[in-house]
Design a protein around this ligand. Structure first.
Ligand code: IPM
Ligand code: MN
Length: 340
């Protein structure tokens, strides 16, 4: 397995070290190549993602990313120039974000019941494309637009992927989240696409919710969700809510997938670089380890993925009630469990 590793900034290198530790246990054939990208490289060289590096990344089976971001870098530079550029250039049109409440994990909700949802967030379109601009900047007449891009091609492929996942799950239920009552142009395309593709998946039941109502139901009744499909920005927001409900972003994993397999998919914890706790060895590497599980699943290494996920499930069910963690302790324990 040729694996490109972008440890990145802040706690990124700490959690990635543990992710690799666990990965090596179950997949001894992994050959990691480390890429120095992120805030430090940008400070040093002005480079974000050189084309030569991007080309090299394409030659890998998958990418593992820790976290990108540092308070010393103005907002938008690393996000747009590195993280989103990777997602766009590598056509990561599915941003897959499972949110499951593991046994032993405390939810901030008093009585959440079982929660096991799979958010399928679109990854290459929406308001994230940078389509828009500013007129009459720094004047009282300033006008800023941020135009959401939604193509039939882009919506269809992510909706189809969501149905394909839904049909394999016990509940076979899919919820489209949007704001079709206001965003009628894009909303119409999303609704029609879901309706059309649903004809090919008669076993899958379909629901629709406006994003504001959905945000409420994520808190009041998260158990109602199975697979969710939504656009890039709504998906960004609701997956943070889903993460909070299922134990926090310390446990939230994600995969940026090019489902066609043309480009390597990229796996990363949902959390950021957490500069406030970087270097202290107290970041929970579980989200990264679960992202490694998604990576293995994506590469068809089902048994290896099962071992990783089972290790995490066991560890969480036996941890002292969400007390402080040591990054390396968790990694050591998960590696031992996964190898056993
Ligand atoms: C995420 C992050 C990114 C996003 C930012 C850092 C660009 O919030 O992965 O959810 O908005 O997608
Ligand atoms: Mn986010």
């Amino acid at each position: 397995m040729r694996l490109a590793v972008i440890a990145g900034d802040g706690i990124g290198p700490e959690v990635v070290t543990e992710g690799l530790k666990v990965l090596r246990e179950v997949a001894p054939d992994v050959e990691p190549t480390h890429y120095d990208l992120g805030a430090m490289r940008w400070q040093r060289t002005d480079e974000l993602l050189p084309d030569t590096v991007l080309d090299e990344l394409r030659g890998h089976d998958a990418i593992l990313l820790g976290a990108i971001g540092d308070p010393s870098v103005p907002p938008g530079i690393l996000e747009r120039g590195l993280l989103l550029r990777l997602r766009f250039e590598l056509d990561h049109h599915v941003n897959l974000r499972p949110a499951r409440l593991f046994d032993g994990v405390t939810s901030p909700l008093a009585d959440p019941g079982p929660v096991d949802m799979l958010c399928v967030r679109e990854g290459t379109e929406g308001p994230y494309v940078g389509n828009g601009g500013v007129l009459r900047k720094d004047t009282p007449q300033e006008v800023a637009t941020e135009v959401s891009l939604n193509t039939a091609f882009g919506v269809e492929r992510v909706v189809r992927y969501a149905f394909e996942r839904a049909v394999t799950r016990p509940r076979k239920h899919l919820t489209l989240i949007h704001k079709t009552n206001v965003l009628t142009h894009a909303g119409g395309l999303w609704s029609r696409t879901v309706e059309e593709v649903s004809a090919e998946f008669p076993e899958v039941t379909v629901a629709y919710q406006h994003v504001d109502a959905a945000s409420m139901f994520f808190i009041t009744d998260p158990g109602r969700y199975d697979v969710i499909v939504t656009d890039n920005l709504f998906g960004d927001i609701v997956t943070d809510i889903a993460a909070a409900v299922t134990g926090g972003i310390g446990l939230a994993a994600s995969g940026n997938l090019d489902v066609s397999g043309t480009n390597p998919s990229m796996f990363e914890p949902v959390h950021g670089s957490a500069p406030d706790i970087a270097g202290q060895g107290i970041a929970d590497p579980t989200a990264t380890v679960l992202s490694v599980g998604l990576l293995l699943e994506h590469l068809g290494r089902t048994e290896q993925a099962r071992k990783v996920n089972a290790a995490v499930a066991f560890d969480l069910s036996t941890r002292s009630p969400q007390g402080p963690v040591r990054t390396t302790d968790v990694g050591d324990r998960l590696a031992a469990l996964a190898s056993g």
